[in-house]
Write a protein that binds this ligand. Structure first.
Ligand SMILES: [Zn+2]
Length: 432
């Protein structure tokens, strides 16, 4: 934490035993023990005092050395907290108060279109820098073409920007009184800003996509970045521009190429990166120690479990959780690779969207080759099958959800029993 200059506030004391009678006592004790307790807390006698506290901090919060968007009101006495208990989602003895988002107005000077890993294009508004809630705001997300249309925003318009709980501010409206003759309608691009391929818009989706999956540079790079992340193959020593260098020099075609890299190829590589915003230069060079770290991490990644390998492939809609469920159910890459849509639909929480995406991905010979290269490199292709074999069709065509806990089953067992008897388990209510 010291190295990354992170810090934390301790705001709650948990114990199975009754150490303190009130939240106040616990805060005072933790402070004495040397924990970092925010000095901004206050015990209020009634709701009037609580309102005074809220009003007092509306402006004063900007003098704090950190960003905050609201406050939390808690019942002080622990016995009363216990009596009030919890709803399915939150305690009944604590509630948050959010201050109205801070707004500012500024001029939209241009739009940059970013291409993501799956080819989706996101417009980002570049703004005349403006001070908002203690930070200088230079850009705001515009989400997609629909959003631009909904706002009716044009280039060189004066726009309102708001900062709520999110890190990236959003544009909430246009100040039409300040629209000048200079303003121009935004013409959404019809071709990919990175590779020039005509963009497509899939039915029912708000985003435009660049369909040039293999050749589009930002998509290619994002696939590598997805592959090396901690939750996938965990080769993060290749981050911060290093992957880009390997692709540019033609050392790797797909992430499978990482497994045949040698130290001779890497030693001495160097590139100067220029930060567009700050104008600062950053040199990335592959010294002996860096190369050692990278090659060790690549070698070690071969031990990552199958669910990480499956997630690393970057199949659309197959996130960590889905990858884990597929592995639990099928037990091996080969079984997943050869599963039909119907078989995939029998996996807990797997709907038509995921099933279609998985089948289509593995049906592509290019992807098959990639998978075979990973197999040849020695990655984990076998996992542990945790789902019981099909027992019957008693629950076929039925979908189940549950809340709370059962005395006789763990959540996992329950999911397995439902699946084993042909039913579907859904966790829809948990995903909101
Ligand atoms: Zn493209």
């Amino acid at each position: 934490m010291a190295k990354r200059r992170l810090d934390c506030y301790v705001y709650s004391f948990l114990s199975d035993e009754e150490v303190f009678k009130t939240h106040e006592e616990s805060l005072i004790a933790m402070k004495q023990w040397g924990f970092n307790v925010s000095p901004t807390w206050q015990k209020c006698a009634d709701i009037q005092e609580a309102m005074q506290y809220i009003n007092q901090w509306e402006e004063k919060r900007f003098t704090l050395p950190l960003g905050t968007d609201g406050i939390v009101l808690k019942v002080n006495r622990y016995d009363q907290q216990r009596e009030l208990g919890y709803t399915a989602k939150s305690p009944r003895w604590a509630i948050s108060f959010k201050y109205k988002a801070m707004a500012a107005s500024t001029v939209l000077t241009s739009i940059r279109y970013q291409v993501g890993r799956t080819g989706s294009v996101t417009p980002v508004a570049l703004l005349t820098p403006v001070l908002l809630a203690g930070t200088v705001v230079k850009r705001a997300s515009l989400h997609n073409a629909n959003e631009i249309e909904r706002l009716g925003v044009r280039l060189y318009d004066t726009v309102f920007v708001e900062k709520g709980g999110e890190i990236i501010p959003k544009i909430t409206g246009v100040d039409l009184n300040r629209r000048t003759e200079q303003s121009q309608p935004i013409s959404y691009p019809t071709i990919c800003p990175a590779c020039g391929t005509p963009l497509v818009r899939k039915e029912g989706e708000a985003n435009h996509y660049c369909p040039n999956e293999r050749g589009c540079p930002p998509q290619r790079q994002a696939r590598f970045e997805h592959f090396i992340q901690r939750r996938a193959m965990n080769i993060e020593s290749l981050g911060e521009g290093k992957i880009e260098m390997l692709i540019d020099r033609g050392l790797v075609e797909t992430p499978a190429g990482l497994y045949s890299l040698t130290s001779e190829q890497l030693l001495g590589l160097e590139k100067i990166f220029l930060d567009e915003e700050t104008g600062k230069k950053r040199i990335v060079s592959f010294r002996e120690k860096t190369v050692d770290n990278i090659l060790t991490a690549i070698e070690r990644s071969k031990a990552q479990p199958l669910q990480n390998v499956l997630f690393a492939l970057g199949i659309r809609y197959v996130g960590n959780t889905t990858a884990e469920k597929l592995v639990d159910y099928f037990g091996s890459m080969d079984a997943i690779m050869n599963a039909s849509q119907e078989e995939l639909l029998a996996v807990p929480d797997t709907g038509p969207r995921i099933a279609e995406s998985v089948v289509a991905w593995f049906a592509d010979p290019y992807n098959r080759t990639f998978v075979e290269q990973l197999r040849a490199a020695g990655l984990q292709f076998v996992g542990e099958k945790k789902v019981v074999e099909r027992e019957g069709d008693a629950l076929a065509g039925k979908t189940f959800l549950y809340t709370g806990t059962f005395a006789n089953f763990s959540r996992e067992e329950l999911e397995n029993r439902i699946a084993a008897n042909g039913g579907r388990y859904s966790a829809v209510f948990l995903k909101n």
